[in-house]
Design a protein around this ligand. Structure first.
Ligand SMILES: NC(=O)c1ccc[n+]([C@@H]2O[C@H](COP(=O)([O-])OP(=O)(O)OC[C@H]3O[C@@H](n4cnc5c(N)ncnc54)[C@H](OP(=O)(O)O)[C@@H]3O)[C@@H](O)[C@H]2O)c1
Length: 319
C-alpha cells in the first residue's frame, strides 16, 4: 500500500510503498478515506511530543475516517505502530472506532473530532463551564481555538473573549460567537492592560489556553491581585497547547492572590464522557451550529503539505 512514511525524527514523511497491515486480535483493518494533518502529527514527527516514535520507519497520522471490511464508515484513532492514518490502509483496535453520521462528508468527519472533541472536553469536562460564565480562549485563531469559541457559546457561556495575533482571522471571530477580541501582538504592558479590561470586575472564570509561553505570562500578570481579597470568584485555566512556547515562568503571587486553578488535559476521560463529547460535536457539525474549514490534499503530496502553514483551516490528506 501507499503511505506517508517517516524515516527519522525531524524530517517530513515520504510518500512511498509500505507493508500492508494485518489485523491482530481485537483489531480491525481500515480502508482509509481521509486523515487530518494536525499539530500533534507534526510534533510527533519533530520529536517534540512526549509520545514521539522511537522506531522507524513508521507511518504518520494519529486518526482518520475510513471503511471497515463490512463497509461501515468509522472515525478511528490510535493505529498500531508502525501503521498510521496517512495510508491507504491501517489497523486499530475495534473499540477505537466510532460510527460517523451519514450527513457528514469524509473530509469534515476526519477534520473535526481531534480539535472539536478536545475543545468540548476542555470546556465541559476539565473546566466544568457553567452557563453564563465568562470564557477567555487564548489562541482563538487556530483551528482548535475557533472551535472552542463556538463550543463555549453552544455550552452556554455568557461572554466569550477571543485572543490571537492573526489580524485576518481575528476579524472573523465575532461571526463565530466571540463577544470581544484581544490582539496579542502588542507590547507587554498594553497586552496586560487589555486582559485586565476584558476580564472586568467578574474576572475570567474559564481560560482555555492553546498558546502557553509569553501570552500566558502576560495573562497571569494581568490577573494577579494587588491586595488581600476574600470570596473572589474562581478562575479555571485549562492548558491544552503550546503554540507560543513550551514553558512559562509562574509567579507564586498569582497563585496566592487569586483563586486560580491550573488544569491539564492529559489522561483519557471515561469512555462514556468521550463518546458523549464525540456525538455532541458530530451532531453540532451535522446541524450546522459548528463549523470547520478544510482543504483536501492528495497523499502523494504529503511532503509539500507537511511544510505548509495552513492558517485557521485544516489540511486533510486523501489516500
Ligand atoms: N491536547 C489536545 O487534545 C489538543 C487538541 C487540539 C490542539 N492541541 C494543541 O493546541 C495547540 C493549537 O492547536 P490548533 O489545532 O489550533 O493549531 P493550528 O490550527 O495550527 O493553530 C495554531 C495557532 O497558534 C497561533 N500562534 C502560533 N504562535 C503564536 C504566538 N506566538 N502568539 C499567538 N498566536 C500564535 C497561530 O497563529 P498565526 O496564524 O498567527 O500563525 C495559529 O492561529 C497546539 O499546540 C496543539 O497541539 C491539543
Amino acid at each position: 500500500m501507499k503511505a506517508a512514511v517517516l524515516h527519522a525524527i525531524g524530517k517530513p514523511p515520504h510518500f512511498e510503498q509500505f507493508l500492508d497491515p494485518t489485523p491482530g486480535e481485537g483489531e480491525v483493518l481500515i480502508n482509509v478515506s481521509a486523515a487530518a494533518l494536525k499539530p500533534v502529527d507534526k510534533q510527533m514527527a519533530a520529536g517534540t511530543h512526549y509520545a514521539s516514535p522511537r522506531e522507524f520507519p513508521v507511518v504518520c497520522g494519529m486518526d482518520g475516517v475510513g471503511r471497515l471490511e463490512d463497509g461501515s464508515r468509522v472515525f478511528f484513532g490510535g493505529a498500531r505502530r508502525p501503521y498510521g492514518a496517512m495510508a491507504e490502509q491501517t489497523v486499530v483496535r475495534r473499540v477505537q472506532c466510532f460510527s460517523v453520521p451519514e450527513e457528514l462528508d469524509d473530509v469534515t468527519a476526519a477534520a473535526i473530532p481531534n480539535p472539536g472533541v478536545s475543545a468540548w472536553l476542555s470546556l465541559k469536562h476539565s473546566a466544568k463551564l457553567a452557563a453564563g460564565e465568562t470564557v477567555l480562549i487564548l489562541g482563538a485563531t487556530g483551528v482548535t481555538g475557533k472551535l472552542a469559541v463556538q463550543i463555549a457559546k453552544i455550552l452556554g457561556a455568557g461572554r466569550v473573549v477571543a485572543a490571537g495575533r492573526n489580524e485576518h482571522v481575528m476579524s472573523t471571530l465575532h461571526e463565530l460567537g466571540a463577544d470581544s477580541t484581544i490582539r496579542l501582538d502588542k507590547p507587554d504592558e498594553e497586552l496586560i492592560a487589555a486582559f485586565r479590561r476584558e476580564a472586568g470586575e467578574k474576572r475570567f472564570e474559564v481560560i482555555i489556553d492553546y498558546l502557553w509561553g509569553r501570552p500566558t505570562e502576560a495573562l497571569l500578570k494581568a490577573i494577579t491581585g494587588k491586595e488581600f481579597a476574600i470570596g473572589e470568584s474562581e478562575t479555571r485555566l485549562v492548558e491544552v497547547g503550546e503554540s507560543a512556547g513550551a514553558t512559562i515562568t509562574l509567579p507564586a503571587a498569582v497563585l496566592r492572590s487569586t483563586a486560580l486553578t491550573i488544569l491539564g488535559t492529559g489522561g483519557m476521560p471515561s469512555w462514556d464522557i468521550l463518546s458523549d463529547a464525540f456525538q455532541q460535536v458530530m451532531n453540532s457539525v451535522a446541524r450546522g451550529t459548528l463549523r470547520i474549514e478544510t482543504e483536501r490534499v492528495p497523499l502523494a503530496e504529503i511532503e509539500d503539505a507537511w511544510e505548509r502553514d495552513a492558517h485557521a483551516h485544516r489540511l486533510v490528506v486523501i489516500p
